[in-house]
Design a protein around this ligand. Structure first.
Ligand code: GDP
Ligand code: MN
Length: 352
């Protein structure tokens, strides 16, 4: 599951990593005393807020009130904030990119960095990366210091790297991204933004987990962050077969998902919420066999959930089993075809 920025920063703070002083408010809640300048940050589970108006620096009470009003109703990639983070605005000298992620090919934790962090970093190609282990903190931080031209801060960076590594492992993270890592005018390093993704499969050993997004009770596994086809199926066997068939057709499946024995508008919506975070997904294959679950209920759930996501990728639906004729009628009335089999779904995707 993805944490919100303030949740990730709480974890960093507890680990002794330097984060800006700040406070979280519910949208609509009145703001108590704050110092200026202050930065108002929309707490939506998605990046790119800065470019879309979700991060605003306010220099006085008037600007603060205007910023809060605007950001509270600003929808960012289909997400409206329920909370706002107000933080002391930092005087930024430089911005870096620093993240830890799991490298599945080498079964290691990799540090990825860029000397030019901030909102444009995604357009950069030349990311630096190195495997990180218990005994490589010093070596890694020396190269990082060189990359950032912060040779005098090599010791400090070693401390950062060690703490981030501990934080990553202890929290069963799959991603810990600090962008920007800020060098302030006064020479401090501070995590300006943090995004963490935790491994849902590890929820059983984290009774302390209590975040806005609940760990998915459905079985969602990211396969390829850059995948183009998302999948929703019921039953692990059918879900695997769906992924395999899509891959065999030369397409790139983004995820595995077994929605289990029932599909409610809420459960389908929570699947869609995860799917819309994949940047390259252009279609969603829904492959459900109606044995216990009824196809018309699934169709209703899909249609209701779709309402909440105006920019949802194209749906390609195969439902078969109990009440499938009824499901076909419901889908048709919303302009969706009910495909008789997966092959027919894939033909729609590849040939339009
Ligand atoms: P994102 O766009 O969702 O990744 O949101 P960030 O929290 O990374 O903020 C985007 C950008 O806003 C940063 O790269 C900074 O340039 C700017 N920003 C964020 N916090 C501050 C701050 O405290 N002071 C100043 N001057 N700029 C900030
Ligand atoms: Mn950021």
């Amino acid at each position: 599951m993805k944490l919100l920025e303030y949740e990730s920063k709480n974890i960093l703070r507890d680990a002794g990593v330097s984060v800006p002083r700040g406070e979280v408010f519910a949208v609509g809640e009145s703001i108590r005393e704050v110092g200026f300048p202050v930065v108002v940050k929309s707490q939506v589970p998605i990046g790119g807020r800065g470019k879309l108006g979700g991060i605003v620096v306010a220099n006085d009470r008037n600007e603060l009130e205007r910023a809060i009003e605007n950001i509270s109703k600003l929808e960012i990639k289909d997400f409206l904030p329920k909370k706002l983070l107000l933080e002391e605005a930092l005087a930024i000298k430089r911005e870096f990119y620093l993240s830890l992620t799991i490298n599945r090919a080498t079964a290691s934790i990799d540090v990825i960095a860029h000397r030019d962090g901030g909102v444009e970093v995604e357009s950069q190609a030349d990311f630096w990366s190195k495997p990180l282990t218990n005994d490589s903190f010093d070596a890694v931080s020396e190269s990082l210091a060189e990359l950032f031209s912060l040779e005098e801060k090599s010791f400090l960076l070693a401390d950062w790297v060690e703490k981030l590594y501990g934080c990553f492992v202890k929290n069963d993270a799959t991603l810990l991204e600090i962008n920007p890592l800020i060098l302030t005018e006064s020479g401090e390093l501070v995590a300006g933004d943090c995004k963490m993704t935790l491994d849902d499969a590890a929820a059983f050993r984290h009774p302390e987990w209590d975040f806005e997004e609940k760990s998915a009770d459905n079985n969602f596994v990211t396969l390829d962050q850059n995948g183009t086809v998302a999948t929703i199926a019921n039953g692990a066997g059918l879900a695997m077969a769906t992924v395999d068939t899509i891959a065999a057709a030369g397409l790139k499946p983004a995820n595995f998902l077994d929605i289990g024995g029932s599909a409610t508008p809420e459960s389908v919506a929570s699947c869609f919420a995860r799917i819309v975070e994949f940047p390259n997904v252009s279609s969603i294959v829904i492959n459900v066999f109606g044995g216990i679950v009824r196809c018309d209920d699934v169709a209703r759930a899909i249609l209701a959930a779709r309402e909440k996501f105006p920019s949802l990728p194209k749906l390609s639906v195969r439902l078969s089993g109990t009440n499938s004729a009824e499901a076909a009628k419901l889908l048709a009335s919303s302009g969706l075809t009910l495909h008789p089999d997966l092959q027919s779904c894939l033909e729609e995707i590849t040939h339009g």
